[in-house]
Structure formats: structure tokens, C-alpha cells
Design a protein around this ligand. Structure first.
Ligand code: DHB
Ligand code: FE
Length: 285
């Protein structure tokens, strides 16, 4: 008996997507095509709901400030309140944690030589709550516990793609040695191409995003070699968030000698706010 990783989810976490849901505006013509692409994902997750989600995301100066920026911070808490990002916290449920699974992941992954920061108390911002809303809608309580893994993509230097993929592989080994029969998903969030400030604000690069999605599916190892400067040049300064998707990808069977991941659903929409919004679901065979 042990936990296993059954699937991975990759999605943008644009705050305006959460706001559109919170304010009941998803039926407005501008939003309809984006949300239409989420239907299949919500159906899929209802068919085989995870017992826990390891949610890889970045904090945007809310739980952490510029005073202290951990590279990889694992949430160990029993619950996480939505952060106040300046307009009050989102009206979504408290995010339940999974302290036992988190403690096991910490112990296993740190013994595999990754220096995680352990976080016993933090709030979670749109980076974490918007992906939950995309996949689960607006329930009264979130349907499963979450182990948040916050990655620094805010202040350089940020971790390399190679390091992120390897961390995913280490997380996989951790989950598979957890002594409980759990269906675990790993989610990678952020991206796709976007730049929110400076002379290139508004940058979107569909060609790059398509290449990124294709290679994430078929060539994750090659993609993990892509240097940061390519993300920033091609996908904008905030496009670097995409490096986090490699953590979730690294946790799939095929990165551990198993059969190829199966692509279940892909959705790409321009724009959500200033961002190219992407969604990809992969399942282990
Ligand atoms: C936007 C996108 C993000 O990923 C983010 O963290 C903040 C804002 C945007 O497009 O508005
Ligand atoms: Fe972001």
C-alpha cells in the first residue's frame, strides 16, 4: 500500500480569472471562451478526484516579502488562509493542508539533497487559489487537502529548469514511499507568456507557448535544459513562472522509466488579463 501520482495539471493562475468567478462574470462574452475550455478539466477531475494535490506555485510578495525569499518552500500546515492581496482576501474557502504527507515529503526530499524551506504558517495568494478555482469551481469547501510548494520566480536567481524537473522526480519518490493508499496529483501553475511591466508590458507569444506545451508533453528533459534568458526573452519577464511546470512534469511515470504520459486535455486562450492562459492535463497510463 502506498500513495501514487496519477496525473498532473498545468495551468495559468491569472488573478482576474479568480475575480471573474468571484463576481459571477464568467458568462460575459469576453470570458466565455476561456471558461469553456475549463469544462472538460472539471469533468475529468470529478471522474477521478485526487485524495491530495501537491500544488506548485509562486507567492507574489504576499506570504513572503522581499525581506525573505525561499527558493523552494513546502507548506507543512493544517490549513492556509487566502491572502489579502490589497482588496481583501478572495471569498474562497480556507485551503486544507495535509501535514502528514507534507512531513513525509519534506523528510524524503531533503534526504534526497533538496534544501526545502519548511513553512508552518503562511497565507496563499492567487498563485494557489486561482488554480483551485479553475479545477474545482467555487465549492463551499475545497474537495481535497493541498500541499503547497512555493517556488521563487520573483527575484533572480530563480531555480533552473533542470533543478525543477529533478525536484519533481524527488517528489515522486517521496509520494511513492508514503504509506497510505492515496491518489495524488501534482499541479504546476503560472505562465504562460506574459509581461506585466516595463516597455514590453503586454507581451504574448503564442508560438513559444505552443512549443512549450508540445515539448512539456513530448520532450520534458530537453525542455528542462532551456535557459532562463530564453523564457524571459520569448515569454516575457513573468513568463519565467513556466519553469515551475517542470516540477509537476518531473513527477510523472515516464520520468522514472514508466510509459509515456497521456495528454487528456489542452486549452489555450489569449488573453486573460495580460496573459496567455494555458491548461494541460496529463495522466499516467
Ligand atoms: C497577471 C498574471 C499573473 O500570473 C499574475 O501573477 C498577476 C497578474 C495578469 O495577467 O494580470
Ligand atoms: Fe503570477
Amino acid at each position: 500500500m502506498s500513495a501514487r501520482i496519477t496525473a498532473s495539471v498545468f495551468t495559468s493562475h491569472v488573478p482576474a480569472i479568480g475575480v471573474a468567478m468571484d463576481l459571477g462574470k464568467t458568462e460575459l462574452p469576453g470570458w466565455v471562451p476561456l471558461f469553456a475550455g475549463y469544462e472538460r478539466a472539471r469533468e475529468w477531475i470529478r471522474e477521478d478526484p485526487p485524495d491530495a494535490v501537491i500544488l506548485v506555485y509562486n507567492d507574489h510578495g504576499n506570504a513572503f516579502s522581499l525581506e525573505m525569499i525561499p527558493t523552494f518552500a513546502l507548506g507543512m500546515a493544517a490549513s492556509y488562509e487566502p491572502a489579502d492581496e490589497g482588496w481583501g482576501p478572495r471569498p474562497v474557502p480556507t485551503v486544507p493542508g495535509h501535514p502528514e504527507l507534507a512531513a513525509h515529503i519534506a523528510s524524503s526530499v531533503i534526504q534526497q539533497d533538496f534544501d526545502l524551506t519548511l513553512v508552518n504558517e503562511m497565507t496563499v495568494d492567487h498563485g494557489c487559489t486561482v488554480p483551485l478555482s479553475i479545477m474545482f469551481g467555487l465549492p463551499e469547501t475545497w474537495p481535497c487537502p493541498v500541499v503547497p510548494l512555493a517556488v521563487n520566480v520573483v527575484q533572480y536567481p530563480v531555480p533552473s529548469g533542470r533543478r525543477c524537473l529533478a525536484l519533481g522526480q524527488a517528489i515522486r519518490r517521496a509520494v511513492e514511499s508514503f504509506d497510505e493508499d492515496l491518489n495524488v496529483q501534482v499541479w504546476g501553475t503560472g505562465g504562460m507568456s506574459h509581461q506585466l511591466q516595463g516597455p514590453r508590458a503586454g507581451l504574448i507569444n503564442e508560438k513559444f507557448d505552443t512549443m512549450f506545451l508540445d515539448r512539456l508533453v513530448d520532450d520534458p528533459v530537453g525542455l528542462s535544459e532551456m535557459p532562463h534568458v530564453d523564457y524571459v526573452r520569448e515569454a516575457g519577464s513573468e513568463g519565467i513562472e513556466l519553469v515551475m511546470w517542470l516540477i509537476a512534469r518531473g513527477a510523472m511515470d515516464d520520468l522514472d522509466g514508466g510509459a509515456a504520459a497521456r495528454e487528456i486535455h489542452r486549452h489555450y486562450h489569449i488573453p486573460a488579463s495580460n496573459t496567455a492562459a494555458g491548461l494541460l492535463l496529463l495522466e499516467n497510463p
